[in-house]
Design a protein around this ligand. Structure first.
Ligand code: 3H9
Length: 694
């Protein structure tokens, strides 16, 4: 047996077995790539009649090593390795388990046959990183599976199971067993002629102009901001010609996308979602949680219950009245039904989940649960009363959590004799769909309770982000600040529709006024009323227009009227809005001025970044990337921009300061330069440096 650091080769009879072993996901970094080429040479020297290529550990190669992107290219490159695999005179069969993704699947399709175990999944997810398959995937996938399947895989980035992959023609057979044995048997079958081996460069892609045209139109409509989807279509279109030419088109398109701000943003988002798990408590053992109490059967409580049931937990839902309880149970049942319809869960799993649900109108039924999440409406007195009661009812060691979206966790914890067991678990609505969870750590919260919050997030397939206590934590505190900027823009002359369109042009799925209508304008109204007593005298009030809408009973979609009117599936302007705006501007003595869309975006983003910097300064978020992940996952921030602070680095601290100082000439209270930005400009540091701990 010969062995490089990550790739070993051995022979059994006529078959050479190449094994890639580069934990955790067998990414094809340069040492793996060189190892594959060396192993091929060894296999030749061994006189093998066929080669079985497989991986150790939990998965087949899960892609190129993403950490190499953005650095000088290291030879041999993956395209070269795949071409050499394909050109091998000894037939090679790939044996797939786990996930063969991106460059991993490209290695597999460059081989001459593929077998997979039934649990294997394959995909070409490069588009999710702002890229396209760059090692032959856009040429070999359509040759094996046809243009429509290649378009589907490459443009969605989705993973398909072994059965679907077999149907598509991407793999040749489903086998069972230990991977070395699967690879060996497949190699023997190739030699025996019972498993066909062929070179994809000998295959012809069947032309399908209609599918390509439809895909291009769809991409233009669905991803108007993104570069790589159109490049994917262009490369797949080139697969009908000679493979060499197609590979050249693919290469050029890949290099065009690599290193673009979009791709950098998407890669930052990919690593960011994983980096947020790096918390001070990461080595602390969490408490066991198998049963959950949820107080409140409204949208939030039902969503949290649904998510917990789907994660296999037992849930006791508590509501005050039988009627409210029945509504909560009906919502949960409907949510689970939706999951079955969307193919996320089988009917049998839904039945099992519902069997784990207990409904009660008695708080005492929570005496034995491991963790309670209070999800009643946002009223401090009500929450305090509940926590006082929970302290008396819940067993020792039970964790008491509040789903509050801005209230003081320390004040809530003080109502109990066990503040170490209290924390905030701030879910986002709809809680069974949204993947973000702010884990809010109070002054007294014990490390193992924080660790339990993160373990619960993972179990519920959510991404936990550690947040400190302040009004609104990370997300809603920053939101509260930049929404004021949006309101000032409208008071000063921009139209709400213009503000929305400018920000949608920047990449937000919806502008703030459309989001407000969707969430309900009464929420903002109540927040403004709640915060009114604490509003500093120097602060400009921007909420007058929104107040007028709410006071008219126009709270957005739920009342069919807000900033816009919603009728018969159509959205149109609210005919009363312009009058209200003119009226409020006049009352405030404002002569409106015109705004360019770019100025709207600049002001809005600068406001967001300023408050984000202060959230960092105050230690509410651990690192810039935590803020980025909160906004990407909870606030519709365009993923291709990587999050507000990743985006801030593309502007730079000096330019941001200049902007803020310029805006401050109109409003020196709202526009203040955060100390952190001044320090960064002086030191020449970036938010990316702060992520690394510099
Ligand atoms: C590509 O292939 C381009 C080619 O077409 C052309 C080239 C020329 N590289 O997610 P996990 C790390 S583009 C480096 O927690 P899971 C990850 O950061 C690539 N590192 O595990 C984490 O590190 P840490 C196309 C990677 O079981 C650790 O591995 N491929 C890579 O939940 C564990 O990851 C993709 O886009 C990588 N490619 O999920 C697939 N992948 O422990 C990307 C993972 O320090 N990967 N890491 O936080 C995935 O989707 C998931 O990781 C996977 C496993 C499903 C594989």
């Amino acid at each position: 047996m010969s062995k490089s650091q990550f790739v070993s080769v051995e022979s059994e009879g006529d078959i050479a077995l190449i094994c890639i072993d580069n934990p955790p996901v067998n990414a094809s970094g340069v040492a793996v790539r060189q190892g594959i080429l060396d192993a091929l040479d060894t296999a030749r020297a061994l006189g093998a009649k066929a080669i079985g290529l497989y991986c150790a550990g939990r998965t087949f190669v899960a892609g190129a090593d993403i950490t190499e992107f953005g650095k000088p290219p290291l030879s041999p490159g993956l395209p070269e390795v795949c071409d050499i695999l394909e050109a091998s005179e000894i037939p090679i069969v790939a044996a797939i388990h786990g996930t063969a993704l991106g460059g991993g699947l490209e290695i597999a399709v460059a081989c001459h046959a593929r077998v997979a175990v039934a649990t294997a999944r394959v995909g070409l997810p490069e588009i999710l990183l702002g890229l396209l398959p760059g090692a032959g995937g856009t040429q070999r996938a359509p040759r094996l599976a046809g243009i429509p399947n290649a378009l589907d895989l490459i443009l969605s980035g989705r993973q398909v199971g072994a059965v679907e992959a077999l149907k598509m023609g991407l793999i040749d057979r489903i086998d069972e067993g230990e991977m070395r044995e699967v690879a060996l048997a497949a190699g023997q079958d190739v030699v025996a002629g019972t498993l066909g081996a062929r070179r994809t460069d000998m295959l012809q892609t069947q032309a399908d102009d209609a599918a390509l045209k439809a895909a291009e139109a769809q991409v233009r409509a669905k991803h108007p901001h993104l570069v790589s989807p159109l490049k994917c279509v262009e490369a797949i279109a080139a697969s009908t010609g000679p493979i060499k030419e197609g590979l050249a088109v693919e290469r050029a398109a890949f290099l065009h996308c690599l290193g673009t701000p979009q791709s950098n943003g998407l890669i930052h988002a990919f690593f960011g979602e994983r980096a947020v798990a790096n918390i001070p408590e990461k080595k602390v053992a969490p408490r066991d949680v198998s049963s959950l109490g949820v107080i409140g059967g409204g949208t939030m409580g039902s969503g949290i219950s649904t998510s917990a049931l789907m994660a296999g937990l037992a849930v006791t839902l508590v509501e005050v009245t039988q009627e409210a309880l029945d509504r909560g149970v009906a919502t949960i049942t409907g949510n689970l039904e939706g999951a079955v319809k969307r193919g996320k869960m089988s009917a049998a799993k839904r039945d099992a989940a519902l069997a784990r649900l207990t409904a009660s109108t008695d708080l005492n039924s929570l005496s034995d649960v491991d963790l309670v999440i209070e999800a009643v409406f946002e009223n401090m007195d009500v929450k305090k009363e509940i926590f006082g009661k929970l302290d008396a009812i819940c067993k020792q060691g039970a964790i008491l959590a509040s789903n509050t979206s801005y209230l003081d966790i320390n004040e809530i914890a003080a109502m109990t004799s066990r503040p170490a067991d209290v924390l905030g678990l701030h879910f986002f609505s709809p809680a069974h769909i949204m993947r973000l969870l702010e884990v809010v750590v109070g002054e007294g919260t014990a490390p193992e309770v924080v660790a339990t919050g993160f373990a619960l997030a993972k179990r519920m397939k959510k991404v936990g982000v550690r947040a400190g206590v302040c009004d609104g934590f990370i997300g809603n505190r920053i939101l509260g600040h930049y929404l004021k900027c949006a309101s000032y823009l409208v008071m000063d002359g921009a139209h709400p529709d213009q503000v929305d369109r400018a920000l949608e042009g920047f990449g937000f799925a919806m502008g703030p006024h459309r989001v407000g209508d969707l969430a309900g304008l009464d929420i903002g109204y109540m927040t403004r009323k709640r915060l009114a007593p604490t509003r500093p005298a120097q602060e400009r009030y921007g909420g007058a227009i929104a107040d007028r809408l709410s006071e008219n009973g126009w709270n957005g979609r739920k009342t069919a009227k807000g900033y816009f009117v919603y009728e018969e599936g159509q959205t149109r302007e609210n005919p009363d809005l312009d009058g209200i705006i003119a009226d409020e501007r006049q009352k405030a003595g404002i002569t409106p001025r015109a705004f360019e869309d770019q100025e709207i975006v600049d002001r809005y983003m600068t406001a967001m970044i300023s408050e984000a910097a202060r959230v960092l300064e105050d230690g509410i978020a651990q690192r810039p990337v935590d803020i980025d992940v909160v906004f990407l996952m909870g606030y519709g921030f365009p993923r291709f921009r990587g999050g507000p602070l990743h985006y801030a680095d593309t502007i730079g601290a000096a330019e941001l300061i200049q902007r803020i100082e310029g805006y401050a000439r109109e409003d020196a209270h709202y526009w203040q330069v955060p100390n952190l930005l001044r320090k960064m400009a002086a030191d020449g540091t970036t938010f990316a440096d702060l992520n690394k701990g510099n």
